[in-house]
Write a protein that binds this ligand. Structure first.
Ligand code: ZN
Length: 224
């Protein structure tokens, strides 16, 4: 891949899942310095933080882990409470029970405070409107609105960058392959709501979405 490192520094909001890990490698191609910011909010699938730590360690990325346990207290949820199972199917209306109220809003806001302290403007997040699973804070309009708010709040020229905003899961796998990290993403990230690394449990909504995209991408690649 051509050398793209023409920008100085970025903060990547990094969970250790497929999307944010793809964004981490996307950023490593473009920035001289990448800082990964991870949040511990008492997520049930805490293994994703272990994935995040291991990837940062092996690729020499400085990682910062912030305590966001407050979010767990505020928004009891199927991703944070062992006694609330994750819905297997999306509800007919409203948000799925895996949606954590305020999660991306708070994560991006804290990431902005962190970035400004480091003198960094560019903040990268793996949200996607194409496969947004009913999560309102993955939509482009929300990110643009928050970007304006953060700039006004801190009088600072933040740029929230969303490489995956208009990519579906198949295209996100294609991007990982272009970046030369398809196997890393496939084997070392955790997106499964039941906390199983790599290909996951196979039946939760997150695994289904991930597998459908991967199967479609591998089929289209094999057909070329
Ligand atoms: Zn799963």
């Amino acid at each position: 891949m051509q050398e793209l490192k023409n920008k100085e520094a970025a903060v990547v909001v990094f969970s250790g899942g497929q999307d944010s890990t793809t964004c981490l490698f996307w950023a490593l191609e473009r920035y001289k310095k990448v800082l990964a910011l991870s949040f511990d909010y008492g997520q049930k699938h805490i293994g994703e933080l272990d994935c995040a730590r291991a990837i940062c360690r092996d690729y020499g990325v400085d990682q910062y882990i912030m305590d966001m346990s407050l979010l767990n207290q505020l928004a009891p949820n199927s991703l944070t409470r062992a006694d609330i199972p994750v819905d297997e199917e999306a509800p007919e209306s409203g948000t799925p029970n895996s949606f954590v109220d305020g999660r991306n809003h708070l994560f991006l806001s804290y990431a902005a405070v962190f970035a400004k302290q480091k003198g960094i403007s560019d903040i990268i997040t793996g949200v996607s409107q194409s496969d947004f699973s009913g999560y309102p804070d993955c939509r482009d309009v929300f990110v643009k609105s928050l970007n304006v708010t953060l700039n006004l709040a801190m009088d600072y020229p933040f740029d929230i960058i969303t490489p995956l905003m208009w990519l579906d899961k198949e295209e996100t796998w294609a991007l990982a392959d272009q970046l030369g990290v398809l196997d890393v993403i496939r084997q070392r990230t955790l997106t499964c709501y039941n906390g199983i690394i790599g290909d996951g449990c196979g039946h939760c909504p997150s695994c289904k979405l991930r597998k459908k995209g991967l199967d479609a991408y591998l089929a289209s690649k094999a057909g070329k």
